[in-house]
Write a protein that binds this ligand. Sequence first.
Ligand SMILES: [Zn+2]
Length: 67
Amino acid sequence: MANYKTCKECSSPLFDDDIAIFRKLIFRGAEEFACIDCLAKNLGCTRDAIEKLIAYYRESGKCTLFR
Ligand SMILES: [Zn+2]
């Protein structure tokens, strides 16, 4: 039905950044993803920390997942 991805845990719609950071932190070839909130919970860190990481990778321009 919907062709956007959803979080495998809470089913909320995912944005490109959510998918990119999941691939970066968990598994590059992932087919199922978690939203930033669930990812933070799983990693035991805050949503804020993940958003900072996203900003970091985006600004560094080095990671091909963030373009
Ligand atoms: Zn979620």
